[in-house]
Design a protein around this ligand. Structure first.
Ligand code: GLN
Length: 191
């Protein structure tokens, strides 16, 4: 989804995996895709643009009816069913039965990198790039936790899946490691 954010980096990641993605932003384009990636960026901006382009209900309905979706950082926020203290009138597409906290890691750690244990993609740790990242504050039993990170002595979930929806609080599109994009294609989309 090419409304705002680092959608080009996602396109490059899929190109490395020999999948030609398309940049989409209109209702007619979005109604034709097989799967949708919601990039990192600024979730308030993306949701305002989605609203003014008339995309909110279309995307929510497509996700609810099983279209695979992958969101990173701002994209994770938009795929959550609710936000702790949402900015006034911030809409989400929803899909994952969880509540996220925006900018959760606070000022001291606005941006950082960390090695994550992400067993679904293999033994080798995945380098997570976190930029004003959210974390998952609460989640339903149906939500599968794929990776967590310790912050302030508490394990915080930063990669989750519920059925055909995948979300990470960090940015796999910004590293050369394509294992999470590959996981999305092979395990979540079933390609
Ligand atoms: N903090 C941003 C938001 O709330 C997300 C940042 C990001 O995508 N890197 O939308």
């Amino acid at each position: 989804m090419a409304l705002q954010g680092d959608f080009r980096e996602h396109l490059l990641a899929f190109q490395d995996l020999e999948i030609e993605g398309n940049l989409v932003k209109t209702a007619s384009e979005i109604s034709k895709v097989d799967a949708l990636v919601i990039p990192g960026g600024e979730s308030t901006t993306i949701s305002k643009l989605a609203k003014s382009f008339g995309l909110l209900d279309l995307i929510s309905e497509r996700i609810a009816s099983g279209m695979p979706a992958f969101g990173t950082c701002a994209g994770m926020i938009l795929l959550s069913n609710s936000i702790v203290d949402p900015a006034s009138s911030q809409d989400v597409f929803g899909g994952i039965d969880m509540q996220v906290r925006r900018n959760a890691f606070g000022r001291q750690t606005e941006s950082f990198e960390a090695d994550l244990d992400f067993q679904a993609i293999g033994e080798e740790p995945f380098r997570g790039v976190f930029i004003r990242a959210p974390w998952v504050e609460k989640f339903a039993p149906e939500v599968e936790i794929l990776a967590s990170i310790e912050s302030g002595g508490i394990q915080r979930s930063v990669a989750v899946r519920q059925g055909s929806i995948l979300a990470t609080a960090f940015h796999p599109e910004l590293t050369g490691d394509r294992r999470i994009h590959n996981y999305f294609l092979n395990e979540v989309c079933g390609k």
